[in-house]
Every structure is written in C-alpha cells, then in structure tokens.
Design a protein around this ligand. Structure first.
Ligand SMILES: [Ca+2]
Length: 563
C-alpha cells in the first residue's frame, strides 16, 4: 500500500505511461465521456470504435463503467478489449482511492484458443478489470492456417501476443482517463492460456505490469500441443485405438499405489511423479501384480508407459515431456483426440486438411520438427525475463503436478533455464531467480485446479503482498475440503523445495510439514534434457538447453550418454 498512501502517489497520477497511445486526463470523467474525444481513446492510433456504458449492479456484481474498444491496425486485425471500471466519484462510487476504485488494474486471461471478456470478478474486488478476445470469436484455432496452405499470421499473432498487450495498455489508459490518475499497481491474473499470456506479457511488455500471476501456463504452445497428440498416436499404432477409460483409470491408481509412500507420506498423492518409475507392465493380465479388474494387454501397457514417458524420436531422444504418473490420462487419451492438438498438427504442417491419423510413432518426430521450424518461433514465447526483472516485476506461477492437459515438466524446464540464467550453475536452490520469479508445484493437482491434491489458496493475494509489501511468498497454503469442511492443509513450496513431513503429527495439518530439500536431482535434471530444438528428427540431446552437461549426466544410462 506504500505507493497508494504516499505523497508521491499524487505525482505518479500525472505521469503519462510511456507506452500508452492515449493522452492522459488530470480530472475524473463521467463514464459516457470515455466514448468521446475527452476520454482520449477515440481517435487514438489503432482504435476503431469505443463504447462506454454504465452497467447497473446485478446480483452479486457491482455497478461499474464498461468500456469496449475495438482495436486494429488494419482491416484484418480486430481485437475486442473490455475494461470494467469501478464507479468513480463523479459517477457515485465511494470507498476507494478514487470513487470505488482501489487504484489498481487486473488483467484477466483466457483459456484454450479463447480470450475472455469477463471482468466482473476483478471489478467486484475494486480493481479495474480487463479482458480481450484475442482477435477472434469462438474457441477454434483452425483459422491459423489458410486454405491456400499459408499461415494466417495475423490470427496467430493476435492470439499469441497482440490481444493481451493492447488489453493492458488500453485498460491502463482507460483507468487514467476515468479517474484522472494513473493506476498505482498493475497486475495480470490467468491460468492455462491465461498463464501463457502472463509469460508473454513478462517477456514482451516489461514495465507495464508490477505483478503477474501465470498459472499452469500453456507455454511452448506448439511443442506442448504437438505432444498432446502423442498418446493418441501411440494407442492407434499399438492398440488400434483409444484404451478403455477404466483401464487408464486403473493403471493410474496402480501407479499411485506403487509410488505414494516414496515421499514419506501415504496420502493418496505422489509428491514428485518424476521419481516414480512404476511400469504399466505390472498390470498385464495374468501377471501376479495385475489388478483384479481392468488389467492390460502387453501392448496397452507399452502404450501407457510411452504416454507417461512422452514423445521420443527413432533414436530414443526425448522430444517433449509426458503426462506424469498419477495424472488423469483420459483428458488427452480419451475416445476423441484433443481438438487443439489436432489443430496444432495443421499449424505445424501448414495444411488445413491434415489428418493426425496419418502420423505413426516413428513419424511423430517429423511433425514435431515441422512445428518447430514452421511456427514455434512465433508461438512458443520462450524468451528471457531480463527487462521484466530489471524493471522490478514479480512473476508467480502455480502448476499442478498432475496437470492432464499441459505437461508440467515443460513449465519446470523454462524455470530451470531462468534459474541458470540468473543464478548460474552453482545456484542449486534457485535463489537468484526466486528474487523475482517463483514457481509453486501442486502435487496431485490437475490443470489449474482439481485432482486429489490439496488445492492452492489465495495465490493472487500472495502476489499482491509480494509486490506491494515486498513479502515474497515462502509457502502457499493448499487444502482439501469435503462438504465445505477443510479436511487437509498442506504447504506448497517454492521450487525446487518441497513439503517435507516432520515425522509426527497429523499428515492433514500443514503445521507438520516444512519446505526444504531440493527436487533438482541429477536424475531429474538429466531425464529432462530434450532433443535439440528444430532438429527433432535426427538431433542429439541438447544439454545446453537442458541446463546441464553431458559430463553430469554420463553414466545414467543409454538414454543420457549414448546420443
Ligand atoms: Ca505420498
């Protein structure tokens, strides 16, 4: 709250945002004036239309000023941005820094191939809320490839990066115009595609946001979405089609039973699935370890082991990460292939009619390589955080270890790279990167939420505390509930630490755990080394990109030192 309460806040109010395309007002305006020249939005570069409407309170949603902007620098670009502003003093708002406003903005992210124009949640909490539609309506990414076999780069770039950048700039400009003062703190809040958007904003719009909550980020868009199809290809080739859901569920349960206690606590959750080496072959029908029901054929067992392992090329080199043991495998490996994965193959091949069923296990590497070479430089947004870090930004990420749609090891791959970039190889505890960027793992948690693991609480509040009170999150409290009653609490820890049981007391009480240890073991790091980017078919493992060395990994087996 320092900046909000200091005399400097008044000064800040009159300093224009350098990147803002819009002139700043010094006095509040009525909501309707934001759609006139007085608001500064009308006629600004790239702004096609502006509407501003006072939305009355409805149910639990507070009254607010809604500004809708259509942004585009060409006839082909049409990004809808919505900004919801708590009523200012002129419009009858009260109780905040100006009117009902708390002096802050909060951008909201989208999901899948969609943006989001839902701004009520931040507005109800006193924030200027914003969203955008990523330049298209509906949830399909199919328009990314044109009928003539070219990429629709306008569509792709508006979805990947342009939409949320304009959202942030326009929301800050609208706030400044409406309240007659600049927002004091600016935040992002997203999960999945919204998490990916948060990473893009950190990488490409540094200085505009003080804090970014980017959960379960769908980062490395092309590479992970291509990998979403791996299981379907494996099952098609080895089994002739999808494995029955009941068999997938049983095999997941068997892996959990085998590895649950490895972390010292039998709690229905594998703390770090990367350390679990359970093979589905234990479930082959007729084997003494097979379950009473839903045992597997030998080929089904091989397929599930390959789904956990993730895609490899013909030389056995890892191309991307798999779904970790304990994860619900049906999300990507059900009766129908995941729609966005199918679309990704069309982006990779630049063929709007490409049929994933034509891809075989040995052919996967070629599809992955086409993706890397044809479009991943545009979509995968794996740049550094130098500018964001230099400008004092804070980045907080939560990722479920049993995420069934993205591969959480991809997120940890990026985090390891940033840890080495800012801390060097000797900073084993990631202390340097943790000064501005923290990742919290959620054992047993699915995509954004769900799963058997304790669910994280108040992540956004932890980010605000970090930004405004300089209190970095040491732990995130997670909990399970049943019928509205809290049944288990557990601390989540900043990676690479994990929650360690103290050895006595209830395993359902967070007080009996502390953060410690280091999950970045030699086995884990060396198992995470991938094939060289853009050389998926024939390339060797890229130790440099994996933030390790051949020398460190030599001796761990043929998959580490043989290619
Ligand atoms: Ca356990």
């Amino acid at each position: 709250m320092d900046r909000l309460n200091s005399p400097a806040a008044a000064l800040v109010a009159f300093v224009a945002i350098a990147a803002s395309p819009v002139a700043q007002a010094a006095v509040p305006l009525q909501c309707s004036q934001l759609a006139t020249a007085a608001g500064g939005l009308v006629g600004a570069p790239g702004i096609k239309t502006v509407s501003a409407t006072t939305i009355p309170a409805a149910g639990a949603n507070l009254a607010h000023c809604r500004v809708d902007v259509l942004y585009g620098e060409s006839p082909e670009q049409n990004i809808n941005v919505r900004v919801g502003l708590p009523l200012n003093s002129l419009d009858g708002g009260s109780g905040g820094v100006q009117g009902a406003w708390n002096g802050r903005t909060q951008g909201i992210g989208g999901g899948g191939c969609s943006g989001s124009l839902a701004v009520n949640a931040p507005v109800n909490a006193g924030y200027v809320g914003s969203g955008n539609d990523t330049g298209h309506t509906g949830g399909s990414c199919e328009p990314g490839v044109n009928a003539d076999g070219t990429h629709n780069l306008q569509f792709i770039n508006d979805f990947i990066r342009n939409g949320m950048k304009q959202q942030i700039l326009l929301s800050k400009a609208a706030a400044a115009a409406y309240y007659g003062m600049q927002p004091v703190y600016n935040y992002w809040n997203g999960c999945s595609t919204g998490g990916r958007q948060g990473y893009v904003l950190a990488q490409e719009l540094a200085g505009e946001l003080d804090g970014i909550l980017a959960n379960a980020p769908a980062m490395y868009w092309t590479r992970f979405q291509t990998a979403q199809m791996w299981g379907q290809i494996v099952m098609k080739d080895l089994v002739g089609g999808p494995i029955a859901g009941a068999k997938l569920t049983q095999t997941t349960a068997s892996a959990l039973a085998a590895c649950d206690a490895n972390d010292g606590v039998t709690d229905g959750v594998i703390d770090d699935p990367r350390t679990c080496s359970f093979s589905a072959k234990a479930n082959i029908c007729g084997s003494p370890t097979a379950p009473a029901a839903n045992c597997l054929t030998a080929n089904e067992a091989t397929a599930i082991d390959m789904i956990w392992d993730g895609p490899r090329n013909s030389e056995g080199t890892k191309i991307w990460f798999g779904l970790d043991r304990g994860t619900n495998l049906s999300g990507l490996n059900g009766a129908n292939a995941f729609a966005l994965g199918q679309t990704q193959f069309r982006w990779n091949t630049i063929d709007p009619n490409f049929d994933w069923r034509t891809v075989t296990i040995p052919g996967y590497a070629d599809i992955a390589q086409q993706g890397s070479r044809n479009i991943a430089d545009v979509t995968d947004t794996f740049g550094d955080l130098n500018a964001f870090r230099a400008k004092g930004g804070k980045l907080l990420t939560f990722v479920g270890m049993n995420d069934q749609l993205i591969m959480p090891q991809g997120v940890l791959h990026y985090y390891r790279q940033m840890a080495r970039l800012y801390g060097g190889p000797k900073d084993a505890n990631f202390n340097s990167v943790k000064e501005f960027f923290r990742v919290f793992r959620g054992p047993g948690v699915g995509h954004c939420s769900g799963g058997a693991g304790p669910q994280p609480q108040n992540l956004f509040g932890a980010l605000v505390d970090w930004v405004e009170n300089k209190v970095p999150p040491q732990t995130i409290t997670a909990q399970n509930t049943a019928g509205g009653v809290v049944t288990r609490t557990r601390p989540l820890c900043p990676y690479p630490q994990t929650a360690i049981y103290k050895g006595s007391g209830s395993i359902d009480d967070a007080a009996n755990f502390s953060c410690g240890g280091n999950l970045e073991t030699r086995d884990v790091v060396c198992d995470s080394v991938l094939v060289k980017y853009k050389h998926e078919v024939k390339g060797r493992v890229d130790y440099r990109a994996g933030e390790t060395t051949l020398a460190e990994c030599k001796g761990l087996g043929p998959r580490h030192d043989g290619n």
